[in-house]
Ligand binder design. Structure first.
Ligand code: HPA
Length: 289
């Protein structure tokens, strides 16, 4: 990752946002439109900040840079995936640009399949931990990328407990039902077979997707605080078929809740910590293996 390219992109973001960024948001499949009407900003095409056009339907390829609830933010609408042939460093480039533009907090969103039998399509999950099952890492290489001092990143509390607590408050405020859960990131692009879905459950996953885990590793390596949400678009253990079109349609239906959570987090990033809400008892099921 070239320092000069990152610096130029970060300069442009700061210029458009009117100063150092407070937070970054990565919008998953189907969430692209979700903040467009809420941020006072003109979209910036990815190519202006050294990024390629996403190839996947549901991923727009533009950065919304501006103000949301008085905070300077960038929202990346469209991300890059291993299954498109991108390398980990290309996938985490938006995270690095946001960090270089000063963002200390990042909100990651995705669409995911539920592998907890208690999860239903349309549910929201607060990501409290992850399984990186991609076999890849953005920190592999002779030199870790620009801005990373230590490649041996601690992944305890990678999803910031204070931001998780704030997210639970916001969900409660809007009566959004939200589970806590572990997100497993795989390369895809085939959806999981029923046997793989059962295996993931046994491994401790509650939801599975094809993104996010490398971004979280990069964000932690860059010293950012991470909060993440999965919208469960399909429930694996029901045995129902999954298609990209159905995933996009389900994520568009849940987009409003995702927008509310993002807004609630951004509006309160530097507010005094709300009283801790006890993490909900983990939604347990029993999976026949
Ligand atoms: N598996 C992987 N990625 C996904 C899924 C899924 O079931 N649903 C949405 N993204």
């Amino acid at each position: 990752m070239k320092r000069k390219k990152l610096d130029e992109a970060a300069d442009l973001l700061r210029e458009r946002a009117g100063g150092t960024l407070d937070a970054a948001i990565i919008l998953g499949s189907g969430f692209g439109g979700v903040l467009r009407d809420r941020i006072s900003a003109t979209p910036l095409a990815y190519k202006k900040i050294g990024m390629p056009e996403p190839t996947v339907p549901g991923h727009a390829g533009e950065a919304l840079v501006g103000q949301l609830h008085g905070r300077r933010i960038v929202a990346f609408s469209g991300r890059f995936h291993l299954y498109e042939g991108y390398e980990p460093l290309e996938i985490v480039y938006p995270v690095a640009v946001a960090a270089h533009a000063g963002a200390k907090t990042i909100v990651l969103t995705n669409a995911a399949g539920g592998v907890n039998a208690k999860f239903h399509a349309g549910d929201l999950m607060l990501i409290v931990d992850q399984l990186n099952l991609t076999g890849r890492s953005p920190l592999v290489g002779r030199v870790p990328f620009a801005g990373v001092k230590d490649r041996f990143v601690d992944m305890v509390d990678a999803y910031d407990p204070n931001l998780c607590n704030l997210a639970r408050h916001v969900a409660m405020q809007y009566s959004i039902v939200m589970h806590d859960g572990v997100y497993a990131g795989l390369i895809g692009p085939a959806y999981e077979s029923p046997a793989e879905a059962r295996l993931l459950r046994v491994m401790g996953a509650d939801a599975v997707g094809m993104s996010t885990v490398l971004e979280t590793i990069a964000a932690r390596a860059l010293g950012m605080s991470v909060v993440g949400f999965s919208l469960i678009t399909n429930a694996h253990l029901t045995g129902e078929a999954t298609s990209h079109a159905a995933v996009i349609a389900a994520s568009q239906r849940g987009a409003n809740d995702v927008a509310r959570l993002i807004e609630g987090i951004v509006a309160n990033i530097d507010a005094p910590l709300p009283a801790p809400i006890e993490a909900p008892a983990k939604t347990e099921d029993s999976v026949p293996v």
